[in-house]
Design a binder for this molecule. Structure first.
Ligand code: PGA
Length: 265
């Protein structure tokens, strides 16, 4: 049997879906298509309170459910928080952490503790990193973020770690300007160099997966598919638009099909 490599599309619904009916409806509208994809898996990240409902519909390995954040302690007097354990019990298998839209609410060590808690609960953290702007210190700033998050994290299960490069200047930008594949590759070099220092072994490094996120849509995904070394994408603004998602799935599938069977295209 041929092993088929898959790209992961993480749909970060942010706070854009506002009822259980809409969350379930959106998931069901893409579920049948996603279940038939050969080269794409999808992780839906609804707002916390709909994780349970969406997860109840998961019956295919092509799609999973994730959370948009989680508190590192299991339970206790933490008004308004949702713990990693609660997310896990609700059906989440992935947790987005350190998203730039949350960074003003949490310290670097909070993010590090959350990554540790998620790994301890055998879930997969999707750790967001990215510089504010491409000024002369951007590489240093990016490397520092990785140190801050990963230095104190257990190194035993790198296959459960996903790093999403999300440059802040590209996220939901009004001009809809994503990074280019070239800019992503420049950042990936910095990220890998820093993670290599932290995780030490080449085997560990080969297991970590890397995503790109920031104003990605059906118009620019091909640049990344063709010109970047990327395991998948973290999508925000268009993640609750089934029509655009379908086009993105098709582009991923066509690209991967050509990669696998170049002679048949
Ligand atoms: P965007 O969001 O696709 O709207 O830029 C990505 C993200 O914030 O995860």
């Amino acid at each position: 049997m041929i092993h088929k490599p898959k790209k992961m599309i993480v749909a970060n619904w942010k706070m854009n879906v506002t009822s259980e009916k809409d969350a379930t409806g959106l998931f069901l509208s893409i579920k049948n298509v996603v279940s038939k994809l050969e080269y794409t898996t999808m992780v839906c990240c609804p707002p916390h309170m709909y994780v349970n409902q969406v997860a109840a519909h998961v019956d295919n390995k092509n799609y999973r459910v994730g959370g948009q954040d989680a508190y590192p302690e299991e339970s206790g007097s933490r008004t308004g928080e949702t713990s990693v354990l609660m997310m896990k019990n609700a059906g989440a298998e992935y947790i987005i952490l350190g998203h730039s839209e949350r960074r003003h609410l949490e310290t670097k060590s909070d993010v590090s503790r959350k990554v540790t808690a998620v790994l301890e609960h055998e879930l997969t953290p999707i750790v967001c990193v990215g510089e504010e702007s491409r000024d002369k210190n951007w590489k240093k700033a990016l490397a520092q973020q990785l140190k801050d998050v990963f230095n104190r994290v257990p190194k035993k299960t790198p296959e459960n770690i996903i790093v999403a490069y999300e440059p802040i200047w590209a996220i939901s930008s009004d001009k809809k300007t994503p990074a280019t594949a070239v800019e992503y590759m420049e950042a990936l070099e910095v990220i890998k160099k820093e993670l290599q220092k932290i995780f030490k072994t080449a085997t560990a490094m080969s297991k970590i997966r890397f995503l790109y996120g920031g104003s990605l849509d059906d118009k620019n995904i091909e640049d990344f598919l063709k010109n970047a070394e990327v395991d998948g994408f973290l999508v925000g603004r268009v993640s609750h638009d089934p029509r655009i998602l379908m086009t993105m799935f098709r582009l991923v599938e066509d690209h991967m099909q050509k990669e696998m069977f170049p002679q048949s295209s």
